[in-house]
Each structure stands twice: as C-alpha cells, then as structure tokens.
Design a protein around this ligand. Structure first.
Ligand code: TYD
Ligand code: MG
Length: 459
C-alpha cells in the first residue's frame, strides 16, 4: 500500500465524549447525550482524507445477492485452544476483528501469545505487534510459555502505517495488536491513546482485515469501572468483544463474549493461570466440586448453563450479626440486586430475621453467574448459614425465585440435570413446572415454593 503524505489541512477542533463518542462543537461539563460528567475531550481531527485514510476511502465494494453469499465466505480458523474456539462461536472468522478487553495484568498478552502460537503452528504465520512491551519482554514470556515462535513474526512499534506495511508484506494468517491504546497515526493530530487515535487506528485495521480476509485480534484496557478505556465506539466497530476477567488473587480466568457477530454471547471459556500460562479447564464442574467440603454449612451447588456448556458451581453464603446500623449485603459473582431480592423474600415470606445480619454471598472460583436460575441456590446457602445447618442430602438446587416466594421455571433443565448426573450427585431441587415425566428428569426433586424447598433440605 502506498501512503502519500500530502500537507494536512487546518484542524477543526471539536469535543468528543470518551464514554459514548458523541461530538460537540463546544466543551460541556456533562455530556448531553449519555449524561456522564467530565468525559468530553478535545478532538482536533483534520477532516482530510490523506494517508491511510485515503486508502480506506478508496476501497470499493461490489453488489451481491444474499442468495449468492455462501458460508465459505466466512471460513473459520479452529485452534487447539477449544475454550477460545467455543467463546468465538467455533473459531476465528477470517476478516473479523476481535477486541480482547481486560484489566492490566489479567493475562491478555499471555492469551494473545498463546493464540498466535496456535494459529502459527496450524495455519502458517502470525504477526504480533507489541506496542507496550519490548521484544525481550515478549521473548521472556514466550520462554515461560514454551513457545519457540519460528512462525510468529514480531514487530515492536506503534505506528499504524508501519503496521499496515508490514501486514501487507507478511500476509499472516492472524495479526495481533497489543494494545490498541498504543497505536497511533499521523492522519489524526491528537495525542496517542486519545479517542480519535484509537478510533482511527481501529477503523483502518478493520478495513485491512476485511480486504485481506485475515483476522485481527486487538487488546484493550478497561477502566476501573470495567468499561473499555476510552471509546465505547470501539465496541460498536469491531465484530467481537471478549472480556477476560479474574477475581482478585484467584488464578481462575473467565473469557466471555460481550458481543459476537458470528455466534452467541452466552459462551464462556474457563482458564487457570499457571507458571506455563493460561491452561484450559475443560471440566470446571469437577474442579469446583473437588475443593468443596462435604456437608459444608452455607453452601449450595447449582447447575448453571452458559451458552453450549452446563457446569456446576458452588454458591457460598455467610450471615453474621452486624456491627453497623444498616446491615451489609455483599455479593461476588452474582448480581447484588438478586441477593437483595432473595434476602427480602427470606425475611418477608419465611420469617428469617436477616435485618440485623450482614450477608456475604460468593460464587467460588471467581466465576460470574448472570442467570436468575441461581436464586434458589443463593437463598438456600443464606438460609443454611443462618440456621447453621448444611443443605441435606448433598442435593444440587436450581430455580428462579419470585417476590411471593414461588420457585419459577428455568430454561435448559435437561442439560442441567445431565450435568448433575454426570457428577454423580443424588438429585437436584428444581421448579416443579420444569420437570417432566421422563427418564432424563429422574434426578429432579420438584419444589413449587421456597418454603417447600427449605422444609425439604433444611428441616
Ligand atoms: P499479562 O499477559 O502480561 O497481562 P495483561 O497483558 O492483561 O496486562 O499477564 C500478566 C500476569 O500474568 C503477570 O502478573 C504474571 C502472570 N503470568 C503467570 O502467572 N504465568 C505465566 O506463564 C505468564 C506468562 C504470566
Ligand atoms: Mg499486556
């Protein structure tokens, strides 16, 4: 690709919201679009179409009838990292751009190097652009991971036109940009890491990926609130957004799809951070249950469904007399609002006096569960701790709880039961309405209300 360097016209100064990407002619303290405070920053872009930008605008598209489009148009590169394949919906789609977001130190660069190694060995070369670390630092990491890297080409630098030229020459099977916040282009006059730089660089990379049918994975930092640093707009531009998450000092890592144009967003991949990098955990249920104490108080096991996978997680709860005027409710791994709801139902419908108790709920292994099907597990774990008695019979439990204390139906009950059976658990309390008269539902123990569930397992 030729990049011409014509003189840049006078920049036009506008202000852009770092949260939602809205442009304003004047600075405002609060963004009038998304209502966030102090998010407007100066954006002195030239509106010129020079350099890399000109190349982007010169790309033309041809008209095709939808019926002519075949699935071969989007071939997938399947890696031996099956957990990553799963989250992507079956492998890397050629020409797609994937953003991996996560807090610093969570393991993005580690995962990216492992992916690069996988693709390089199975499909030819990979090009790894490191904008943050030196070549030696990457080499040290590769050493820890046992990656020799003959077919991984590595480029240190952050200049977009450099990256594009090298991509054009190398024509790799996969390109990795670590990280997008370090890339910059001369087409935009604002500083490195600014919203306009990030947006511009991403746009050019997307265009290159589509034209050359090569997938590009870019990494991005998240802010302390968990948002992708800088622009939300980045999320709208790329095809796939993956989040790599881990709780505090835990070695478990969860890779989840937040957006996926080529598959479901319910999928999660589970990894463990070890001395040799991220190891896939193919049987998380087995791992989580192995650490569980038999007959533990304040513990409930719940079969959850995440995309195509079902797994068993342990919910732990601890109730403790509070020393504060207002008792605390602390939830890790489950939605705080669900815990508030469950506490309210336990107090009002079942007379458990939680009003002077701090309640702490935790999903072990740092796993985050978003489905309401864990409600019953949360309720029984809290009740078990409060009554100081374990959930009887080592039963698994699943069900959503309504405000009147009813146990409501949950989806995919057959898959949950088969996981319960696979792990050799005796049975599973489940919403009566979800259980059918069928062999596959044999482990199910029907309950219609929370009161009924409590009498069954916490008499
Ligand atoms: P890194 O991939 O550099 O994180 P990010 O790119 O998201 O900032 O991972 C950094 C952490 O991972 C670091 O604290 C050390 C740890 N780590 C291991 O525990 N084992 C390993 O094999 C590697 C490479 C890193
Ligand atoms: Mg990194």
């Amino acid at each position: 690709m030729e990049i011409s360097c014509e003189a840049m016209p006078k920049p036009i100064v506008t202000f852009v919201c770092e949260n939602c990407g809205t442009q304003r002619p004047k600075w405002e303290g609060q963004c009038s679009s998304c209502k966030e405070w102090n998010t407007l920053v100066e954006n002195s872009d030239s509106i010129a179409t020079t350099g890399v930008r000109a190349w982007v605008s010169s790309q033309t598209s041809t008209l095709k009838s939808l019926s002519e489009v075949t699935f071969d148009d989007a071939p997938r590169l399947k890696m031996s990292l099956s957990e990553v394949n799963r989250v992507l919906g079956g492998g890397l789609v050629a020409g797609s751009v994937i953003l991996i977001a996560g807090e610093p130190g969570v393991g993005k660069s580690t995962l990216l190097l492992q992916i690069a190694d996988n693709i390089a060995r199975e499909f030819g070369g990979a090009l790894y652009v490191t904008g943050e670390e030196s070549l030696t630092q990457v080499k040290v990491r590769a050493g820890r991971l046992g990656i020799a890297g003959e077919r991984i080409q590595i480029l240190q630098g952050a200049h977009l036109s450099d990256v594009i030229t090298n991509l054009d020459n190398a024509q790799p099977s996969l390109a990795i940009i670590d990280s997008i916040q370090t890339m910059h282009t001369d087409d935009v006059s604002s500083g490195m890491g600014s919203i306009s730089q990030i947006r511009e660089c991403t746009q050019v990379l997307i265009q290159w990926a589509k034209v050359n049918e090569v997938p590009i994975i870019i990494s991005g930092h998240v802010t302390k609130d968990g948002d992708i640093a800088g622009p939300r707009v980045l999320e709208h531009m790329v095809d796939v957004v993956l989040q790599l998450e881990g709780e505090g000092v835990s070695t478990w890592r969860q890779l989840r799809a937040v957006k996926n144009r080529f598959g479901s967003t319910n999928e999660t991949g589970i990894f463990e951070m070890t001395d040799q990098g991220l190891l896939q955990v193919e049987d998380p249920s087995g791992m989580f249950l192995a650490e569980r104490m038999h007959g533990a108080i304040g513990s409930a096991i719940v079969p959850i469904v995440e995309g195509t996978r079902s797994m068993i997680v342990e919910i732990q709860a601890l109730t403790n007399r509070t020393s504060l005027p207002i008792p605390r409710r602390l939830a890790t791994g489950v939605d705080n609002n669900r815990v508030l709801l469950v506490c309210a139902v336990l107090t009002r419908q079942l007379g458990l006096s939680l009003s002077d108790q701090d309640v702490i709920v935790n999903v072990t292994g740092g796993i985050k569960v978003s489905e309401p099907a864990v409600d019953l597990g949360v309720a029984l774990a809290i009740a078990s701790s409060f009554k100081n008695s374990p959930v009887a019979g080592d039963l698994a439990v699943v069900g959503e709880i309504g405000l009147s204390g009813e146990v409501r139906r949950v989806p995919n009950i057959e898959r949950r039961f088969s996981e319960v059976q696979r792990l050799g658990l005796k049975g599973c309390l489940a919403p009566a309405k979800s259980i059918k008269h069928d062999e596959a539902y044999a482990v199910g123990v029907p309950v219609s209300t929370l009161r009924e569930a409590l009498t069954k397992v916490l008499p």
